[in-house]
Design a protein around this ligand. Structure first.
Ligand code: ADP
Ligand code: MG
Length: 312
């Protein structure tokens, strides 16, 4: 297990920021940690990265306990904090060599050059950090977080504040790091990245954990979270023509729960999600001398589910 979080609770004074949170992340997984502002994402990431002690519960990273073996944990983790603090007056190369020194790496210059190349900072490497655009500063942060070749990356809102082009570039970079830059060939780094943007999690991650008010409310593959809440299936069907009392007739199909007429020949049919009723709809059409012009299952969008799970 790369990251194991067991029954973590965190209080700030009397305020509970995390409430009995548990999850595990396998080596090589890219996991999105999704939730609205104030949900507890940063708090959880700080605990995993040894920056903040938990109130109760256990966290281990690559088998090392965050409280008892924090040096080992830090060695295995690359952490990009939410506001990516950087020294504005240092030059990119100088800064990364300095970080390599903090990690006590032998070949500081080489290591700095290697990560500069990896994150696409080569053209900017002789500039002062303060003179860089936000997107390039974020690359410096990423370079910082991977310089010691950690097995686990913890990225807190890595794309927040970037413009759309920079967002695409940073997302691509995270994907690349996750898929190709692992210690073992073919096995990428384990990545846990937080975001409050649904589409971002969907675009980058294999798996999504949704947190709200300090509690995990969903955990699964992006495609599975769609089925997380057992929902009725909705089918939109258009016939070439109509028959008298067509809605009532459709309602008689086994499994159909609700029919709403959108237009004269266009219907939205809700049915029990356990049974595929599409063949029944075709049979209905044939029996009534109708043709089905279009039929489509209305997918419940992940974004709607996110909204549903995180608002009352
Ligand atoms: P997120 O990263 O999901 O936006 P945070 O982990 O930053 O959420 O915050 C979770 C909750 O804990 C929020 O209600 C926030 O106000 C509170 N909180 C975070 N940091 C502190 C702190 N240092 N002191 C007191 N309360 C805090
Ligand atoms: Mg945060």
């Amino acid at each position: 297990m790369s990251v194991s979080v067991k029954n973590i609770t965190k209080f700030y004074g009397s305020q509970k920021a995390l409430d009995n949170v548990s999850f595990e992340i396998n080596p090589g997984e890219i996991v999105g940690f999704l939730g609205p502002n104030g949900a507890g994402k940063s708090t959880m990431m700080k605990i995993i990265s040894c920056y903040l002690p938990q109130s109760s519960g256990k966290v281990s990273v690559c088998g090392f306990d965050v409280e008892e073996e924090s040096l080992e944990v830090r060695r295995n983790i690359g952490y990009l904090p939410e506001n990516n603090p950087l020294y504005a007056d240092m030059y990119v190369k100088e800064y990364l060599e300095f970080i390599a020194g903090i990690h006590k790496l032998n070949n500081k210059k080489e290591k700095a050059n290697e990560v500069i190349e990896m994150v696409g900072l080569t053209p900017e490497r002789n500039k002062k950090i303060g003179a860089l655009s936000k997107g390039y500063r974020q690359r410096v942060g990423l370079a910082h977080s991977i310089i010691h070749n950690p097995r686990v990356l913890i990225l807190d809102e890595p794309t927040s504040g970037l413009d759309p082009n920079q967002i695409i570039e940073i997302r691509q970079l995270i994907k690349t790091l996750g898929r190709e830059r692992g210690e073992i060939a073919g096995e990428g780094k384990t990545v846990l990245m937080s975001t409050h943007i649904m589409q971002e999690a969907e675009a980058i991650c294999d798996r999504i954990i949704i947190i709200n008010k300090g509690k995990i409310v969903a955990d699964g593959k992006a495609s599975e979270i769609g089925n997380f809440k057992e929902k009725n299936q909705k089918i939109i069907v258009e016939f070439n023509d109509s028959i008298p009392l067509i809605s009532e007739a459709l309602l008689k199909i086994n499994g159909v729960l609700f029919v709403s007429k959108q237009k004269e020949t266009l219907f939205k049919i809700e049915a029990d999600s356990l049974k595929d009723i599409r063949p029944e709809i075709f049979r209905f059409a044939v029996e009534n001398k109708l043709s089905v012009l279009t039929m489509q299952k209305e997918e419940q969008r992940l974004e709607d589910i996110f909204k549903e799970l995180t608002t009352e």
